[in-house]
Design a protein around this ligand. Structure first.
Ligand SMILES: [Zn+2]
Length: 289
């Protein structure tokens, strides 16, 4: 199918959605590759407007907005805009030895994880993690300051601890990691965490999605349902227990196998020994596979 026909197809998909509703489909342009994965997410953000994104890296559909068919069947406009780099997106530099060391020692990340994560440094020495869509496409950055590294001109306390740079809010779908960073082989287990550091810490044990400061959004939920994980765990930080319970209540019906991991410390700050003990006790690590 041509790109133009794909856009028309997306418009008719959007017309079938309620305002605020999302759905996942096989992308009409790339057909989801050989595995026919449902990599297209269409969200009807307004009555007359919908956003779309195909998360497959090698698909040229990218993301954009389309007009939704009006009641009399007329298309208002059909424009697809490629993801463009926002002018305020910071310049990035390779990690310094000090930054690599901090990730190793403070957050327990192994060298291979650090390499695969694509983390870089900003000019003022903040960590910049790519926000990854469910199929590996980068959709933005999470920038995090660490007092051991920060070298900016502005006073440390005036800089937010974590700053999300999302190229398009409508496309935002958390940040996804396959177990061991294998691109096409999914684990049977998913852990939902808050932040990217905790997500990276867990990639040796399971697939992980980091909410990165948002509540669980519908596209994240759709992706979780679609992958049919055997086990799904919620491992939010200790200070987010109210949020964890509210997510548990909301997802009780859609993801009946969802369990909560009781954590006394944030995943990113736990010793490997404690982390593996909890993961084993709750069946995240099974040793069967
Ligand atoms: Zn596609």
């Amino acid at each position: 199918m041509s790109k133009y026909s794909s856009i028309l197809e997306i418009q008719s998909i959007a017309a079938g959605l309620e305002v605020g509703e999302s759905c996942r489909k096989v992308c009409p342009l790339c057909n989801g590759g050989s595995t026919r994965e449902k990599s297209l997410v269409v969200t009807r953000s307004r009555d007359t407007k919908a956003s779309f994104i195909c998360f497959r890296n090698n698909c040229s559909l990218n993301s954009g907005h389309v007009a939704v068919f009006t009641n009399d069947g007329k298309v208002l406009s059909a424009k697809s805009k490629p993801v463009s780099k926002h002018s305020s997106e910071p310049l990035l530099f390779p990690l310094s030895e000090a930054a690599i060391n901090l990730l190793r020692v403070k957050y327990g990340l192994e060298d291979s994880m650090i390499r695969h994560s694509g983390v870089k440094l900003t000019r003022d020495q903040r960590l910049a993690f790519p926000l990854k869509g469910p199929y590996g496409r980068s959709v933005g950055l999470v920038i995090r300051k660490e007092k051991e590294l920060y070298l900016g001109a502005r006073e440390y306390s005036t800089i937010p601890k974590v700053w999300n740079f999302v190229r398009d809010e409508d496309m935002y779908c958390g940040s996804w990691y396959q177990q061991h960073f294998y691109k096409r082989k999914y684990s049977d287990t998913l852990v939902i965490v808050e932040d990217i550091l905790s997500a990276l810490r867990l990639t040796p044990y399971a697939d992980v999605v980091a909410l990165t400061g948002t509540n669980l959004l519908r596209p994240i939920l759709e992706e979780i349902k679609d992958r049919k994980y055997g086990r799904v765990y919620l491992a939010l930080d200790n200070d987010a227990i109210d949020k964890a319970f509210s997510i548990m209540r909301r997802l009780h019906n859609t993801i009946p196998n969802l369990r909560m991991l009781p954590l006394e410390q944030d995943v990113k700050n736990m010793s490997t020994e404690n982390l593996e003990k909890i993961l084993t006790d709750y069946g995240v690590i099974t040793y069967a596979n």
